[in-house]
Design a protein around this ligand. Structure first.
Ligand code: NAP
Ligand code: MG
Length: 489
């Protein structure tokens, strides 16, 4: 088997291109800040480039908000909260959110193509996952806006006020939707800061917000770097900070919030275990592993980046996995055939490459497919490491790239202990034929989400969030709604 060549190996990454059209999209040369439903130049007059990580070409210039701009946005959100959003009926709030969801759906193709251009993710994912899930989030929470009494029966609920929201670059539009939709449904107004490398779909969303006639100031979108986020966290008139990003920045935010009385939810990093028992349907498990770690180039907080395979099937499974990896198509994210797109930024590529070197130095065995990477842009081959020790850097630290560590186990107790031996606790996967094993593990794994015989599945009705250094608070479902409300028992 090892030496036999298969057809996909011969044609590795060589398919006729099937590029998604970019003729229907509009990206402006320059974007200002979106405050009060108006486009406002940044006080400093500073802008930064956003590039397409697939070819390193500049897509647009983005305004860089400073503390004064943050103040303008927060004031706009406060005024909109006091005078409009907290005064209108819940039914009207619901209608506005529905309208936003419908208009996003109408522009789904444009949003998907822009997401792919700006973030480097395969068009198949932005078209079939990111954008539909973002729309569904708005639909889902639009439904709750006028039913808060049913969501929290026999309790009184109150909105919080102005919410500052800071999001990362791995699911830019989807993260914006996860943040904005429940906040609005609960009756708050928002100031959102997208990640600096992926602001475009949030700015397209701003155009839709204006077109949808959402009252001015209800949703403000301010772009910038980490200092913009910091200024938002420190603004005295914010009632809650909702942050998704790295554990390192999450800890800094938590420190900054101590004693301020501001609420917070932090959705942070992960190093999730994907566990394969010997009674698992092995081919489906291989698909689940591929989806778990190579989906979105491994830029997934809950990526199944630590694989634990029962020892007696390990050899067979690793062989099947390598075989499957050889058929993955890496290349232009706009190509509808592409499975693995571009790494989001040069900086992130360097981080991933650093970890790959650490893995080699630690003595683990590396496997990558052969084949050249595109000449321009930031790309990383799907990579697996075997012979990995439990204490290795590679199996302990979040890499946030398409790099999988593989370890074996013999017993359930052993794998529970190994899976939980991590500072993180965001997600886990369990693959087995036995329901009893699944229930046993779901109660013992310290992870916010446990998928059984599947991986990386999301739904607006299902809460998502972590344990330990993966943060606290939940997004999605009624839990996600409650995180934007004062619930008075
Ligand atoms: P990051 O560096 O922490 O950045 C996240 C956001 O925070 C960005 O908008 C960033 O702005 C901003 N920021 C940076 N420094 C800040 C500061 N001192 N104060 C306030 N805001 C600041 O994370 P990332 O590299 O973009 O995203 C990757 C991380 O996000 C991974 O660790 C991943 O696991 C995590 N993540 C978690 C979840 C979850 O639900 N648990 C989901 C997705 C991603 P700039 O872009 O300008 O730096
Ligand atoms: Mg970009």
């Amino acid at each position: 088997m090892e030496n036999k060549k298969n057809a996909s190996e011969d044609h590795q990454w060589l398919y006729s291109p099937s590029l998604e059209s970019t003729s229907h999209i509009e990206i402006k040369d320059k974007y200002e800040l979106f405050i009060n439903n108006e486009w406002i130049a940044p006080t400093s007059n500073k802008y930064f480039d956003t590039i397409n990580p697939a070819d390193e070409k500049v897509l647009s210039k983005i305004a860089w908000a400073n503390a004064q701009d943050v103040d303008k946005a927060v004031k706009a959100a406060r005024k909109a909260y006091d005078e409009v959003w907290s005064k209108i009926s819940a039914g009207d709030r619901s209608k506005y959110i529905f309208r936003l969801a419908r208009m996003m759906q109408e522009k789904a193709r444009e949003l998907a193509v822009i997401e792919t251009l700006d973030a480097g993710k395969p068009i198949r994912e932005s078209r079939d996952i990111d954008v539909p899930l973002a729309c569904n989030h708005f639909f889902y929470y639009a439904g709750w806006a006028d039913k808060l009494d049913y969501a929290f029966p026999n309790q009184k609920t109150e909105s919080l006020g102005v919410v500052g929201q800071i999001i990362p670059w791995n699911f830019p539009l989807m993260m914006a939707a996860w943040k904005i939709a429940p906040a609005l449904a609960a009756g708050n107004t928002v100031v959102l800061k997208p990640a600096e490398t992926t602001s475009l779909t949030a700015l397209k969303l701003a155009e839709i917000i204006k077109e949808a006639g959402i009252p001015p100031g209800v949703i403000n979108i301010i772009t910038g770097h980490g200092d913009t986020g910091e200024a938002l966290v420190k603004h005295p008139d914010i009632n809650k900070i909702a942050f998704t990003g790295s554990t390192q920045v999450g800890k800094a935010i938590q420190k900054a919030l101590v004693g301020t009385g501001k609420r917070s939810t932090l959705e942070l990093g992960g190093k999730s275990a994907n566990i394969i028992f010997d009674d698992a349907p092995i081919d489906q498990a291989v698909e689940g592993i591929v989806n778990g770690i190579f989906f979105n180039q491994g830029h997934v907080c809950c990526a199944g980046s630590r694989l634990y395979v029962q020892e007696n099937i390990a050899e067979k499974l690793v062989e099947k996995l390598k075989h499957r990896m050889k058929s993955l198509i890496l290349g232009n994210p706009l190509d509808k055939n592409t499975d693995i797109g571009a790494i989001n930024s040069r900086e992130q590529l360097q981080t991933i490459e650093k970890y790959i070197q650490i893995g080699i130095q630690e003595g683990s065995e590396i496997f990558q497919c052969e084949g050249a990477l595109p000449a321009n842009g930031f790309y990383c081959k799907p990579t697996i490491f075997t012979n990995v020790s439990q204490s290795s850097v590679l199996s302990q630290e979040e890499i946030f790239g398409p790099v999988l560590t593989i370890q074996t186990f013999r017993t359930i107790d052993e794998v529970i202990q190994k899976a939980n031996n991590s500072p993180y606790g965001l997600a886990a996967g369990v693959w087995t034929d036995k329901g009893s094993k699944i229930f046993n593990l779901t109660s013992k794994l310290k992870a916010g989400v446990v998928w059984a015989n599947t991986y990386n599945k999301f739904d607006p009705a299902s809460p998502f969030g972590g344990y330990k250094e993966s943060g606290f608070g939940r997004e999605g479902g009624m839990h996600g709604l409650g995180a934007y409300l004062k619930i008075i028992k």
